[in-house]
Ligand binder design. Structure first.
Ligand code: ATP
Ligand code: MG
Length: 424
């Protein structure tokens, strides 16, 4: 029989402990109570027909856990759900059990651990180097604690399963969140494209209409000019003054037709992506189109590379890029005094054409510099800007496998550097 004192001593030692701590404390207490040389709690691996210790006490101290095959061992009997007891000479009954031989075991006592479904999940064992005398006490102790051990094992398993479920749930939530974020980003991108194409479509329609309307009267003027010149030539009315006036008309017609040509180029923003064109032509055209807003106020410093800089893509769209950047530059110089300079330079390296557009305008504040690519970011008053020029420009340059960088100093000016792959 077990003394109540002994039992309460064990219970006190393991109270308020869980998991491995509970198992180790219990095994230690059991080992010292039953005075076994080895005491262990193990679980069965049915598939491998193995037993794995989860708490092992050897000669009074916790030892490293181990796994062993159940074949030819007394533990195999416990596996079949029965108490196994050999007070002495256990090696005789299990001559192939190497562990028993190596550990010099004489007495064996093992009892199954059952889960809440009454299935055998493991065992609790005492190994003795000498004969066992207190069988009843040991078995009673094993039986008293086997329920608590099995419950603890089940609890630990549920806990780890819960933890795993939690993990899975967390990663699922993370996955879904990133999917959602990606969808949102795509949606934003689509929206931008839509806005761009709508803006382009209406601008295109408008400028195509204007170009057409202007072309007709231009032809009248040109016809009239040639007619008048024919009449005047060699007549008594011909003088230096009339020649000057006629020249002025011709100059005006030529400039207007250049602008109309520019408008047409601007309109040509269809989907063609394999036009080859010289960036210089595009820049010249933009400058003609913007001539009115430059006036005498702003001096244009043009410095082009000696050779044509031919790139491939959609000329209408590239035209739009330069127009947006040049317009920003001109707007940045509005209302400023001093020398206002718009620099339009071009150069090249081995693979790329490089266009530099600089201004001596207000500059961009540091805190705004990483926002200018965002659609609808504008510092301009309503009606003056909607904040689409640069995002569209960045997108177009990106579509042309190029890059665009900006440097700006508040109060001094800004420079945009556009790089596009050259065609050979
Ligand atoms: N050269 C520049 N100098 C100073 N600020 C500039 C310059 N270029 C762009 N910015 C700043 O970047 C902002 C965004 O430019 P963006 O061209 O995208 O839009 P916007 O000019 O305001 O409007 P939109 O071009 O649609 O008419 C401008 O409002 C301005 O604050
Ligand atoms: Mg703009």
């Amino acid at each position: 029989m077990i003394q109540g004192e002994l039992l309460s001593d064990i219970i006190e030692a393991v109270s308020n402990t869980f998991g491995n701590e509970f198992l180790d404390r219990l095994t230690l207490k059991l080992a010292s109570t039953i005075q076994a040389d080895y005491t262990f709690i193990a679980i069965f691996d049915k598939e491998k027909y193995e037993s794995k210790t989860i708490s092992l006490v050897a000669n009074g101290v916790i030892a490293e856990n181990m796994a062993y095959s159940l074949k030819d061992t007394p533990c195999a009997q416990v596996f079949d759900n029965s108490v196994c007891y050999y007070p002495t000479e256990v090696q005789k009954f299990f001559p192939f059990d190497q562990l028993l031989i190596e550990m010099k075991i004489e007495g064996y006592i093992g009892s199954p651990l059952l889960n809440s479904k009454k299935e055998v999940i493991g065992l609790i064992v005492g190994l003795f180097e000498t004969e066992i005398h207190n069988k009843d006490q040991i078995l009673t102790l094993f039986q008293i604690f086997s329920g608590r051990i099995a419950a603890e094992l089940e609890r630990s398993e549920y806990e780890s399963r819960l933890e795993q479920n939690n993990h899975e749930l967390e990663s699922l939530v993370e996955e879904r969140t990133s999917e959602l974020k990606q969808t949102l980003d795509e949606l934003k991108e689509r929206q931008n494209q839509l806005i761009e194409s709508e803006k382009m479509a209406s601008l295109g329609l408008l400028s195509a209409g204007i170009a057409h309307e202007i072309n007709n009267p231009l032809n009248f003027i040109l016809g009239g000019y040639f007619g008048v010149r024919g009449i005047l030539e060699g007549s008594s009315l011909e003088s230096e003054k009339t020649k000057l006036y006629l020249e002025a008309i011709k100059e005006g017609v030529e400039r207007t037709s250049k602008i109309v040509k520019g408008l047409n180029q601007f309109t040509r923003s269809g989907d063609s992506v394999d036009e080859r064109f010289d960036l210089h032509d595009i820049l010249e055209n933009c400058l003609v189109m913007l001539g009115h807003s430059l006036r005498e106020r702003i001096s244009v410093e043009k410095d082009f590379h000696s050779q044509p800089l031919v790139v491939k893509g959609n000329s209408g769209k590239i035209h739009q890029v330069f127009l947006n950047i040049l317009t920003n530059a001109i707007q940045a110089m509005e209302g400023r005094s001093g020398t206002l300079t718009l620099g339009v330079r071009s150069t090249r390296d081995s693979q790329s054409a490089i266009i530099l557009i600089s201004d001596t305008g207000v500059g961009i504040r540091k805190e705004h510099q990483n926002q200018i690519r965002n659609p609808f970011f504008t510092t301009k008053e309503p009606g003056k800007g909607v904040g689409l020029g640069l995002p569209i420009a960045y997108k177009i340059i990106q579509d042309h496998a190029g890059s665009m960088e900006m440097e700006s100093e508040w109060g001094k000016g800004t420079i945009f550097r556009i790089k596009l792959p050259l065609q050979v």
